[in-house]
Design a protein around this ligand. Structure first.
Ligand SMILES: *[C@@H]1O[C@H](CO)[C@@H](O)[C@H](O)[C@H]1NC(C)=O
Ligand SMILES: *[C@@H]1O[C@H](CO)[C@@H](O)[C@H](O)[C@H]1NC(C)=O
Ligand SMILES: *[C@@H]1O[C@H](CO)[C@@H](O)[C@H](O)[C@H]1NC(C)=O
Ligand SMILES: *[C@@H]1O[C@H](CO)[C@@H](O)[C@H](O)[C@H]1NC(C)=O
Ligand SMILES: *[C@@H]1O[C@H](CO)[C@@H](O)[C@H](O)[C@H]1NC(C)=O
Ligand SMILES: *[C@@H]1O[C@H](CO)[C@@H](O)[C@H](O)[C@H]1NC(C)=O
Ligand SMILES: *[C@@H]1O[C@H](CO)[C@@H](O)[C@H](O)[C@H]1NC(C)=O
Ligand SMILES: *[C@@H]1O[C@H](CO)[C@@H](O)[C@H](O)[C@H]1NC(C)=O
Ligand SMILES: *[C@@H]1O[C@H](CO)[C@@H](O)[C@H](O)[C@H]1NC(C)=O
Ligand SMILES: *[C@@H]1O[C@H](CO)[C@@H](O)[C@H](O)[C@H]1NC(C)=O
Ligand SMILES: *[C@@H]1O[C@H](CO)[C@@H](O)[C@H](O)[C@H]1NC(C)=O
Length: 585
């Protein structure tokens, strides 16, 4: 009898909990964050969350918002309230009493609201669902939530959609499509009304009435692992779409398991208008093209840059700022109107003389393509791995960004160190060429360098890489990507073959062209000379020795370019560049 009674009791308790509804007339206040409407087993809750000084009414999991009333524009202050009115309307009121967001369900017979254990907050009438958060997503998709082509996830200017073709797309400002991923064409499915779902085990899949099995679009890296883990798909404010994992009770920082755009700098507009995206060793960072520009918001580098002098205010003296290893992102629908087949000089000149062009990119990747950008939003990307060269129209004279050394943050030391590494590489190269002895790296490092704060391991790596870069046989010289990996220590550096002496012209202190071309790689952005006069402004010449005298002096002992010619020069400048990018900014 007893067990049966307790089972009945438990069952009725369960039933009571399951049917726990939020009654009409209930209110949550942002001034008390402890107040919430939990789901039956407490996995989710509806309540206010604080984000800096802003508050959002949200459905939360582990304190992390998975749905926000009004999305990004639902930010309110602490005296706001979230009301489930007796007329069935759900609304968010800010501190001055204005309606910030509402479900528009007044007078539709809504009799109750409830948050279920899947995270769906539902308003019901006597016969069924009138409104639900699953049908009105903001920036997050939960497991088993049906996402159709009529819906979108939004975060700032970014949006995510499922196309009727079954493709997934990311767009900026509802126009520029910077990511588009379709199902494997060999699956041969013609979608008619596709539904995207994140499966609880961490797979992103598309199903359709016409196809029996779901087509998998992406695997989270921890798919099918662990128990009691909630996965969700979120369009982040940086424009990337990610799958996250969050074990129950683990706190509000979920773990990233997949990102749609693997190279964050390829997200259109990530650094704002006229901003340039690049990487430090851990993260994408935003900067301005040159000191002819200033950040729009010094506190938020992602807001973009503005010109000190607008182009229309300097008629006749506009010139082209050259940005090496940089491109201006060009995606559909711009691809149709902004892409041309012209060489690098024409790519620059055509833009300079055209009133409707403000920037251009010569891809220099063998395609022969040139992008001519019209005066709209310009999104830049700079990386040593990019072969492209870009030009940006500015009012002269051009003021290049300061070299990394003056960027502060105590990084000056690092800069000095790198100048030293350069010096070491040079000295060692010469020594090595003279002695034809490559084995004993430690022996050839100048003892004086030990007094300086430096990472011996890094120096040795740089030296070893330099040996590879001066191989006589071009085929033995490593690719740039490999050089970077070797410098970063990602790739093991094999013992290079001893170089053969071909040192006819290794004049120490060989200054001039080769040296300055190496040095120019140091300056953040290669400089163009200011236009000497308005008449000759069309042909501004590039002068690379713009760098401060001190660095030039240090680097002037570089004679290696003479040794094995152009490739060494290129390799060493890229080497310096990658080192710089890696440790400064
Ligand atoms: C909320 O809860 C915390 C701890 O659970 C408590 O310290 C705090 O006083 C509560 N705040 C309010 C406004 O009730
Ligand atoms: C409340 O919202 C209204 C309308 O959007 C706005 O004019 C008002 O400034 C807001 N009040 C506060 C305190 O944010
Ligand atoms: C809560 O309910 C959901 C859905 O039924 C289930 O997946 C989850 O494991 C439950 N969590 C707990 C702690 O019971
Ligand atoms: C309940 O809502 C649904 C959907 O809005 C509607 O079709 C249905 O007529 C409503 N039922 C009642 C009793 O109001
Ligand atoms: C999602 O769609 C399926 C049918 O494809 C349906 O069975 C399921 O109830 C829907 N889920 C929700 C939360 O609406
Ligand atoms: C977004 O597009 C609209 C027109 O659709 C345009 O007016 C607006 O300036 C664009 N936003 C930005 C930041 O370029
Ligand atoms: C769908 O994506 C594929 C690449 O995955 C692309 O070739 C195709 O053009 C896309 N279709 C649409 C309609 O965007
Ligand atoms: C498409 O699927 C086929 C067979 O399932 C596979 O061999 C091929 O690699 C897939 N292609 C892509 C681009 O994933
Ligand atoms: C999909 O559509 C194309 C063209 O409309 C057709 O040739 C193909 O047979 C269709 N595939 C399936 C699986 O229905
Ligand atoms: C890289 O940039 C990020 C974001 O600005 C910063 O948090 C991080 O400290 C930087 N890392 C280095 C090594 O400078
Ligand atoms: C930047 O931050 C500082 C300190 O937090 C603040 O005083 C200043 O007003 C902010 N500037 C802008 C443009 O927001």
């Amino acid at each position: 009898m007893k067990p049966l009674l307790s089972i009945v009791f438990l069952f009725s308790l369960f039933f009571i909990v399951r049917s726990q509804n939020i009654p009409l007339g209930s209110t949550l206040s942002a001034s008390n964050l402890n107040q919430s409407w939990p789901s039956p087993n407490n996995t989710f809750a509806v309540g206010f969350i604080a984000d800096g000084s802003a508050y959002f009414a949200a459905v939360t999991y582990n304190g992390f918002p998975v749905w926000k009333a009004g999305g990004d524009s639902g930010a309110v202050k602490s005296s706001a309230s979230f009301q489930f009115l007796s007329n069935g309307n759900l609304r968010l009121i800010n501190s001055s009493g204005a309606v910030v967001w509402q479900s528009n369900t007044a007078g539709r017979g809504v009799s109750s609201a409830a948050l279920d254990d899947t995270g769906n907050f539902v308003l019901r009438n006597s016969t069924g669902v009138v409104w639900s958060t699953f049908d009105n997503p903001t920036d997050t998709l939960l497991p088993n939530q049906n996402f159709t082509s009529s819906k979108k996830l939004v975060s700032g200017l970014y949006s995510f959609r499922l196309l009727n073709s079954g493709n997934l797309t990311l767009q900026w400002n509802d126009s520029i499509e910077y990511w588009n991923s379709g199902v494997n064409s060999s699956t041969n499915i013609n979608f008619t009304s596709p539904i995207l779902r994140l499966q609880p085990i961490g797979l992103l899949s598309v199903t359709d009435l016409s196809s029996s099995a779901p087509v998998i679009m992406a695997y989270g890296s921890d798919y099918a692992e662990g128990t009691d883990i909630l996965r969700f798909l979120k369009l982040d404010s940086d424009g990337n779409l990610r799958i996250y994992s969050s074990p129950k009770g683990s706190g509000p920082i979920p773990t990233e398991r997949w990102a749609a755009v693997s190279d964050q700098c390829q997200v259109f507009g990530y650094c704002g208008d006229l901003g340039i995206c690049s990487y430090n060793d851990t993260s994408p960072i935003c900067g301005c093209p040159s000191e002819n520009f200033v950040p729009i918001d010094p506190n938020d580098s992602r807001k973009g840059c503005k010109r000190m002098v607008e182009i229309q205010n300097c008629p006749g003296s506009a010139t082209m700022l050259q940005l090496d290893h940089a491109m201006f992102l060009t995606y559909p629908p711009e691809l149709v109107s902004q892409v041309f087949f012209v060489g690098i000089s024409a790519c620059r000149l055509n833009c300079l003389v055209s009133g409707s062009c403000i920037a251009s990119t010569s891809l220099s990747d063998g395609t022969g393509l040139c992008y001519l950008k019209v005066p709209e939003f310009i999104s830049g990307y700079q990386s040593p791995a990019l072969p492209s060269i870009s030009y940006l129209k500015v009012c002269g004279p051009i003021v290049p960004n300061p070299s990394a050394s003056s960027l502060g943050n105590g990084k000056g030391n690092g800069w000095k160190l790198h100048a030293w590494i350069v010096a070491v590489v040079v000295i060692v190269t010469i020594l090595c060429l003279v002695t034809l002895e490559g084995g004993n790296v430690k022996g050839i490092v100048d003892k004086r360098l030990v007094d300086h704060e430096m990472d011996m391991e890094q120096v040795i790596r740089a030296i070893q890489v330099s040996f590879w870069c001066i191989q006589e046989q071009p085929s033995q010289r490593p690719m740039m990507g490999k050089v970077v990996q070797m410098l970063e220590g990602i790739t093991e550096i094999e013992k290079p073959p001893a170089p053969k002496a071909v040192v006819e012209t290794s004049s120490v202190g060989g200054t001039s062209v080769n040296v300055s071309s190496t040095v120019s790689a140091f300056s953040n952005f290669a400089a163009s000379a200011p236009a000497p006069s308005s008449s000759s402004s069309l042909q501004t010449q590039r002068i690379s020795s713009f760098v401060s005298g001190k660095n030039l002096e240090k680097a002037s002992s570089i004679s290696s370019p003479h040794v094995s010619g152009r490739n060494m020069e290129r390799a060493s400048s890229s080497l310096l560049r990658s080192e710089r990018d890696y440790h400064t900014l």
